[in-house]
Design a protein around this ligand. Structure first.
Ligand SMILES: C[S@@+](CC[C@H](N)C(=O)[O-])C[C@H]1O[C@@H](n2cnc3c(N)ncnc32)[C@H](O)[C@@H]1O
Length: 272
């Protein structure tokens, strides 16, 4: 859907969030500069790998819920990440074989990997675009060819909004995207927080991301909850990711210690 890109576009001199996330998840699509930043984060927050895994598990439970229980057949996944186990189209496809998925990311390396993975499928598309320009995403011909805006869509913003600063107006971005979707659409969101750490901890993580291609902006509960303004929250609401409709046993309090990621799902009802 997009022309190719030059290898020189891949910046190996600065850590990239997509490649750092890949490293947390044990992937191989990362460079020394990413691994060095990950080592520093893990030194400060040894639980970060669990946080990434908890987020990935939420993605899978949320997509299964959307495809199987909410009857959603179209997914717009912004901030896709480097493909890993249990990608959105694979999870949705298990219960809704006709599900359409458009992946959007601003990192060329994600684009390359996702394009390779998706070759030959009509049900999935990949768009190289930036969340901070939601108008360009919505107008993108690749997206418009895949998504029927008269039918409900699940907008997935998973572990991406914490790379958008207040000055870049994350609430306005979410509102612009939701306004384009019909009633019955959903927002699935996960977002890093420092609420489960001592004061000052967030500043250290933010400092590690200082040289990265995107800043790191963890937010408190109230600010994350505000992204769902005007939506009906699906039970159990906005919670730490492992607490969102766990598959098996409810996590024990000690499994939740320092798991600084909120997750939730909201439905756009009539009249938003
Ligand atoms: C931590 S990964 C999350 C991947 C996946 N959504 C998940 O939850 O497993 C964040 C992804 O968001 C992408 N990203 C960060 N800022 C972005 C922006 N402004 N526009 C588009 N993608 C962005 C990164 O390139 C990366 O692939």
């Amino acid at each position: 859907m997009e022309p190719g890109f030059a290898a020189s576009e891949i910046d190996t001199s600065r850590p990239h969030p997509a490649r750092m996330y890949d490293a947390y998840l044990g992937g191989r699509d990362n460079y020394p500069v990413d691994r060095e930043a990950v080592r520093e984060i893990l030194r400060l927050y040894p639980e970060t790998r669990q946080v990434a895994l908890a987020n990935r598990a939420f993605l899978q439970r949320a997509v299964r819920f959307l495809a199987a229980e909410a009857g959603i057949g179209q997914f717009l996944d912004i901030g896709t990440g480097i493909p890993s186990a249990g990608n959105v189209h694979e999870v949705a496809g298990q219960v809704a074989p006709d599900a359409r998925v458009v992946y959007v990311d601003n990192d060329p390396i994600v684009h390359v990997h996702a394009s390779a993975l998706l070759t030959g499928t009509d049900a999935t598309g990949i768009v190289l675009a930036d969340l901070r320009d939601p108008g360009a995403i919505l107008a993108h011909p690749g997206l418009r060819a895949m998504i029927d805006f008269s039918r409900p869509v699940a907008l997935l913003l998973l572990a991406i909004l914490h790379f958008v600063t207040e000055e870049e107006d994350p609430a306005g971005i979410v509102a612009t995207l939701l306004d384009a979707l019909p009633d019955g659409s959903y927002l699935a969101l996960s977002h890093a927080t420092a609420d489960f750490h001592p004061p000052g901890a967030a500043a250290q993580a933010t400092a590690v991301y200082k040289n990265a291609t995107a800043p790191f902006v963890p937010r408190p509960f109230k600010q994350v909850a505000a992204f769902f303004d005007g939506l009906e929250l699906v039970e159990p609401g906005l919670v730490q990711a492992p607490l969102w409709r766990p598959d098996g046993k409810r996590p024990r309090p000690r499994d939740l210690e320092k798991i600084g990621i909120y997750a939730g799902l909201g439905r756009k009802a009539l009249g938003r």
